[in-house]
Design a protein around this ligand. Structure first.
Ligand SMILES: [Fe+2]
Length: 278
């Protein structure tokens, strides 16, 4: 399908950093590009979910049916997200870091989706600690810092697990993702974000992209209430010159020219961290 995508920097943007003059969720000052967004489901005909994650930076996994009307939907969605990420690391030493209370629920009809193209990021362990403290809690951030400092831990990865919480809906502003292999390092620009309540007074960062016509945009049409999109957020390595790795670029893509008659979509996200050990 064709969809309008906001948040790209122009291809000839020459800076190394960009701070939005409006806000980082909507970045209404930036141009809109009309892009082809293809169905990612046929890719799974020839790839296992793990292979798709490795090659594309995202995959589709299944769990139980979860509906927002269930009183325990948060715990059910968390259990599924935890099991899904767990299943991706069968042969490595790893430990998951996540907390069921930190769920994000978004109602597309109420404008809670994020139309501005981005990838989550942290320049350093200190920055990730700061961001966790602001968006979760100081205690949660300190727990993370303590475990990341353990000598057996060599790296940390974050996954975003995104799912629908209803069986029948109109897919207004669906989640669009760019296949990782179609993004080149020179396309990436650092975004600055002020962080109200920052525990050390410093800001945080995320990643933006210069527009390139060959970015491979996909989405998963007809998401069902037992399916989860798992996509890579950023990763941190201990030591080295470039300790942080970009995640998967994504945005709520604008398909508002379609006709909608059903209830608007309710989705939720859990972020699940993985400590990898030697
Ligand atoms: Fe995001």
């Amino acid at each position: 399908m064709r969809a309008r995508i906001r948040g790209y920097l122009p291809e000839d943007f020459s800076g190394t950093e960009y701070q939005s003059s409006s806000d980082n969720f909507h970045c209404s000052e930036l141009p809109v590009f009309d892009c082809e967004v293809r169905d990612a489901r046929p890719d799974l005909d020839s790839l296992s979910p793990q292979q798709m994650l490795e090659r594309s930076g995202f995959t589709l996994l299944t769990g139980s049916r979860v509906n927002e009307t269930h009183p325990d939907f948060r715990d059910l969605a968390f259990a599924d997200a935890y099991a899904a990420v767990h299943s991706l690391f069968p042969e490595q030493r790893f430990e998951l870091f996540a907390n069921p209370q930190y769920i994000t629920v978004r109602r597309s009809g109420e404008g809670e989706v994020v139309p501005c193209l981005h990838s989550d990021y942290s320049l350093s362990a200190q920055e990730y600690w700061r961001t966790l403290a602001c968006f979760t809690s100081a205690a949660n951030a300190d727990d993370w810092k303590r475990d990341f400092a353990r000598p057996d831990v060599r790296s940390y990865r974050v996954f975003n697990v995104w799912r629908i919480l209803q069986s029948d809906y109109d897919d207004f502003m669906p989640l669009g993702l760019i296949r990782r292999s179609s993004v080149q390092p020179e396309d990436i620009v650092l975004g600055r974000e002020d962080l109200p309540g920052s525990p050390d007074g410093q800001a945080s960062t995320f990643l933006r992209l210069r527009h390139k016509p060959n970015h491979d945009w996909v989405y998963f049409p007809r998401m069902q209430d037992h399916e989860m999109i798992v996509f890579q957020s950023f990763a941190l390595e201990k030591g080295g010159d470039s300790p942080a790795w970009p995640g998967c670029f994504h945005a709520a893509i604008d398909n508002s020219s379609s006709t909608f008659t059903k209830p608007s979509r309710v989705s939720c996200e859990y972020r699940i961290g993985v400590y990898l050990s030697d």
